[in-house]
Write a protein that binds this ligand. Sequence first.
Ligand SMILES: Cc1cc2nc3c(=O)[nH]c(=O)nc-3n(C[C@H](O)[C@H](O)[C@H](O)COP(=O)(O)OP(=O)(O)OC[C@H]3O[C@@H](n4cnc5c(N)ncnc54)[C@H](O)[C@@H]3O)c2cc1C
Length: 435
Amino acid sequence: MVMDSRNNEKKIAIVGAGISGLECAKILINNGFNVTVFDKQSEVGGRMRTSEIDGFLLDHGFHVLQTAYPETSKQIDYKSLDCKPFKAGARVVLLKNGKARMKLMADPWRDPIRGVLSSLNGFLSIKDLLRIGLMRLSITRGKINQLFDGSDETTLDFLQRRKLSDNAINRFFLPLFGGIFLESKLQTSERLFRFIFRMMAKGKMVLPKDGIRSVPLSIAKEVGQDNIRLGVEISRIEEKALRFRGEAHRFDLVIKAFSEPTDEDGKHVWTIHFDAPSSPMRSKHILLNSNLIDSSSIVSHVAVPSDVQPSYAPSGRSLVTATVVGDRAKEMGFETRESVEQAVRNDLGQWFGDGTVSTWKTLAIQHITHALPISSSGKRLTNLPRNGEDTIECGDHMLHGSVEGAILSGRNSALIAINRLTNNTETVQGPVKKV
Ligand SMILES: Cc1cc2nc3c(=O)[nH]c(=O)nc-3n(C[C@H](O)[C@H](O)[C@H](O)COP(=O)(O)OP(=O)(O)OC[C@H]3O[C@@H](n4cnc5c(N)ncnc54)[C@H](O)[C@@H]3O)c2cc1C
């Protein structure tokens, strides 16, 4: 892109300082435009935030970056964020006669001998392993955009079409992907499943040293503090105007970088963070709950971020993070903070021992509503540029609910905006009275 000095006469407003709005702003500023990003919150990052409590770093919802995200890995310098990986594969908790056993499920394609042995040592059959291998082969080949073509049924349909056993689906894919999609029936489009499965197969899940907030903070640094106005709620958006604090303001272009909440909760999730004297895990894996289907337990997965990034906990302590998918909690009748915390403590007590868990202090109970856009089958999720009708619009809701979807959408919108503005030489002057 050739930078035109006349671009800086063009004023662009972006509403939303989540990663999509920030990424869009960064590209427009790099192309010489005069950009202001507005956000109603007092900090940047939108859904990617981290709080500090008693020396712990608590991400808002368990959040990881995938090193295989194609656009994100180009735009975000994972090295400068000092990202560290979880181990590939997972541990799976199995309950038998009231006793919990933690099975290792090493990734057979990265660690073949341990992987095959550990997978068969649990509930996957040889047939499952072969079918997962074939599925992996077909999903990791070809272009990423092809994953979003063709069939658009649910993830559950897709796994059943692949003839995976009920055990493999309910005990492995349900806790893992339910915890990623934030819904407990695997009704999310198979397109998103294929995309995330490929990311996991090709890369690693990592955490930045200073919390997930460091992703938006690193983009905001490039945008520049002077170009970001926080604590400003926009009450009306038009193609070339905004209304806030009772006044109308004109711009050459307005970009909307958020979605309107569509129903009461959207997809929601409970995340409970505990301060523990030591890690209950023997390795840097995520622990999946394989008992969701036939028991009253509610935790999808547990992670110990401080095992991967010691900066997440003060010295000598561990941060244990449990994730409960919102619709599962609701279905089981757990809708208050107290009842969800108690149900989580019951699950973890069974797994790690009541005596151990009773020494853990609850640091935070987060209930995050509108956590992800609904990505059910038939929504025609895409990885290709998609635009708003009048105003230009970006955000994960425009492509798919992930960091990659948000960053890619921010980039697409910036390119559409550059195209529109460089074909139109008019500029606007000063505020107008009515919007
Ligand atoms: C709990 C949880 C876990 C997740 N885990 C992962 C993960 O592990 N891996 C992954 O890839 N993705 C994950 N995601 C998804 C990822 O966080 C999102 O896709 C991404 O942050 C969306 O960014 P965005 O810019 O599209 O939207 P947002 O972050 O929602 O940004 C929109 C911004 O617009 C602002 N805004 C809205 N209305 C107005 C208004 N009227 N005036 C001014 N400002 C306004 C909001 O305050 C907000 O800051 C997770 C999300 C959640 C919630």
